[in-house]
Structure formats: C-alpha cells, structure tokens
Design a protein around this ligand. Structure first.
Ligand code: DX5
Ligand code: ZN
Length: 221
C-alpha cells in the first residue's frame, strides 16, 4: 500500500489556517488531516464544516476529515458539501454504522471507520469490504501531543491480516503520537497512512520531517 503522510492541522497556527494548509501541501503532505471535535464525544472543541469549506480553496490535496463527534450521520452532508475527500467517523459514535458509510460513499467521498484504543480490531471486520480506510487511534482521541500507545500495534496487525486474507486493499491509518521514533513500528505492523500533528508542525523544517517520516515508513512497510 502506498505510504501517505497526513499532517494533523490541530497543531497548526489557527490564526493563519489558509496559509498553513498551502504550506503543508508545498512541504509534500499527501493529505490534510482535519480533526473535528464536538465537546461531547471527546472533551474538546475544534471546528466545523463552515471552516473546512473556507479552507478548501487553500489546498488541492485531499481533505482527510476525522469526525470525533457523537452524531456523524447528521453532519456528513455538511462535510461532503464543504469538500471533504475522506470522511472518518468513530464506531463508538451514536450513528448507525452501515447507513453512515453508505451516505459518505453516495456523496462521493471515501468512508473510513475509526477505533478508540479500548475497541478491539474485530469490531470493524463486518464493515471492511465497504470501507476505504480504517483508522486505529494510537492515543485516546481529543488532544494533540500525547504519547504513542505501542499496545495498539497488534490491532493494526490484526486488521491488516484480515484485509489481506479477504483481498481488500484498504488503507490503515494511525493517529496519535506518530513521530520519527514511532512511525517505523506502525508501518511494520501494517499501517500505511500516518497522521502527524506535533511532529510536523513542531519541526523546524516541516518538509524535511514529512520526507523523513515517509522514508522511515517506506523502509519498514
Ligand atoms: C487526536 C487527534 C489527532 C492529533 C494527533 O485526537 O485525532 O489527529 O491531532 O496529534 P499528534 O500527532 O500531536 O499526536
Ligand atoms: Zn485525528
């Protein structure tokens, strides 16, 4: 599977988001990871579809929208209209999983399902053939800058094994604590899409950091 680096804009300069999006594209980001939080599913609030829509003209690479909200089904149409390319929602949310996947796909975006650390790999197996991606959270969702949980790697391995067994070429994304220290282990377990917030935005040279994460993942994956 192709390696993709998706900088999490949770760590960008919120006063200059348009410029930050354009800068990440120039630095070689494959996707832009946009963390949407509702203060209910997770104890933090970020941004909604109007802001995603306003940012759309500032970059042409795919918008990878991670919905950490209680009722994704209700908001999927707004994010489709705002220009989301990949829409990830949580299996632990209150929305019906199959209906939400179908709505995302019908709107022309790639549906993805995410698992919080305590949710087992097997929970996504019934939906694997309808998904473009599975996101394995490697921290508890809600905040950037947390430490990577290596105990999530067997979950990545189990999902990759099941996808391979069924010949499903899906992306597996990891999100939380991805850095030059952790990316190789995640790639070795079978992940191919890497979200990195503090590692990329905290680097003195973001382009160099993106290139380094990519090459470390490529060596392992
Ligand atoms: C956490 C978010 C992540 C976060 C990652 O709930 O889903 O995307 O921004 O940040 P880092 O890379 O700093 O752990
Ligand atoms: Zn995220």
């Amino acid at each position: 599977m192709k390696i993709k680096i998706s900088p999490s804009i949770l760590s960008c300069d919120f006063a200059h988001m348009g410029e930050e999006f354009a800068r990440m594209q120039k630095c070689g980001a494959d996707w832009l990871h946009i963390d949407v939080m509702d203060g209910h599913f997770v104890p933090n609030l970020t941004l909604g579809a109007p802001i995603v829509k306003a940012l759309r003209p500032h970059a042409s690479i795919p918008f990878d929208v991670h919905l950490m909200i209680s009722n994704p089904l209700q908001y999927v149409p707004d994010f489709l209209k705002a220009g989301a390319d990949i829409i990830t929602f949580h299996i632990e949310s209150d929305s019906p999983v199959e209906e939400t996947i179908a709505l995302i796909r019908a709107g022309g975006a790639v549906p993805a399902l995410s698992l919080k650390p305590k949710t087992p790999a097997e929970a996504v197996f019934p939906y694997l053939d309808r998904l473009g991606m599975v996101l394995v959270m490697t921290v508890e969702p809600g905040f950037g800058g947390q430490s990577f949980m290596p105990e999530m790697l067997p979950k990545v391995e189990a999902i990759r094994r099941e996808a391979d067994r069924r010949n499903l070429p899906i992306d597996i994304q990891v999100d939380g604590g991805i850095s030059e220290k952790t990316v190789a282990a995640a790639a070795g377990a079978g992940a191919n899409v890497f979200v990195a917030g503090s590692a990329v935005f905290g680097a003195t040279d973001a382009a160099q950091m993106i290139a380094s994460l990519r090459s470390l993942a490529q060596k392992e994956g």
